[in-house]
Design a protein around this ligand. Structure first.
Ligand code: OGA
Ligand code: MN
Length: 293
């Protein structure tokens, strides 16, 4: 196995490993370390099927089974399908609008996620170039580059994150199939409190943990001041040197650090340009500091 850094703020390719086969303990630990260091890992040319993909994902933590999820691989409720394609019966094959806006998966949940893993089955291509890229921002770098007074201001502070915020952002998009959350759905996803600064469990470094998708307000702070502070933090994240974009190829397995990055799916493809991804949501359920020690 070879880890090849891309030389940008995030991103590395991992070659010489076939995820259809069991991963050695040594490779597993090297992948985990690389996840913290590079944030976004691409394993190109992977042709494994759903059971092997699920087995690989499960090495890193428990997989979340989304109770509201209609779209998953047969017999694998933990492997979700993201797609704009329709089946022969005219029904959607997958969730067609996942992640279209900057966010951190599961930040609205008390138990947070370590990583996401997508396996590209179909990638839209136009004029010989893939479209539908996924963008990432480096939250290790974003924290490091904060002004000292802002670092002091956010240290030890918490913010409220709410599932409904991003749901509504996506629902307002033209052509959205989403309805308003029902009271029952809302009750299942109550707003939660998260630290604004986290110690990353792999790198041991501080990361900025605030995302435009879910972060609502800073607790125990005047609402106006909280709004200005979050606005500052979100704009700070937009710095061009924190940005990395993954341009997909068929059979890419892409694994990203969901604590040290925020991400955004760019929906610049049309309904007749098919995209199909298998997806695993890896929860942060293991003792990562011990695993990388
Ligand atoms: C996700 C997500 C991005 C994409 O799966 O959580 O945001 O490009 N997907 O599909
Ligand atoms: Mn996402």
């Amino acid at each position: 196995m070879k880890i090849i850094p891309g030389g940008q703020t995030l991103g590395a390719r991992i070659e010489g490993i076939d995820l259809a086969n069991p991963v050695s303990r040594e490779d597993f630990r090297a992948i985990l370390r690389a996840l913290g260091q590079y944030g976004v890992l691409c394993f190109p040319n992977q042709t494994c099927q759903t059971p092997q993909f699920a087995a690989f994902a499960k090495l890193f933590g428990e997989l979340e089974v989304n109770v509201a999820n209609l779209y998953y691989e047969p017999d694998f409720p933990e492997i979700m399908i993201l797609s704009n394609m329709m089946g022969p019966d005219g029904k959607p094959l997958g969730l067609n609008d996942a992640g279209q806006g900057w966010h951190t998966d599961m930040s609205y949940s008390k138990d947070i996620a370590l990583a996401n893993i997508l396996h590209a089955q179909r990638v839209p291509v136009r004029n010989g170039k893939s479209v539908g890229e996924t963008q990432f921002r480096n939250m290790h770098a974003a924290y490091d580059e904060l002004p000292a007074d802002i670092k002091r201001k956010i240290e030890g502070r918490t913010a409220i994150h709410d599932f409904e915020k991003f749901w509504e952002i996506m629902r307002q998009r033209p052509g959205s199939r989403r309805g308003p959350l029902t009271d029952a759905q809302r009750a299942k996803k109550p707003p939660v409190s998260q630290p604004l600064v986290r110690i990353h469990p792999i790198t041991g470094r501080k990361v900025l943990y605030a995302d435009p998708g879910y972060t609502m307000y800073v607790e125990d702070m005047d609402p106006l001041e909280s709004g200005l502070l979050l606005d500052f933090l979100f704009r700070h994240q937009e710095r061009a040197d924190f940005l990395y974009a993954h341009h997909w190829a068929v059979n890419d397995v892409l694994m990203w650090d969901n604590i040290g990055t925020v991400h955004n799916a760019v929906a610049d493809y049309m309904p007749d340009e098919p995209r199909y991804m298998r997806r695993a949501q890896v929860m942060a359920t293991l003792d990562y500091p011990a695993l990388v020690a």
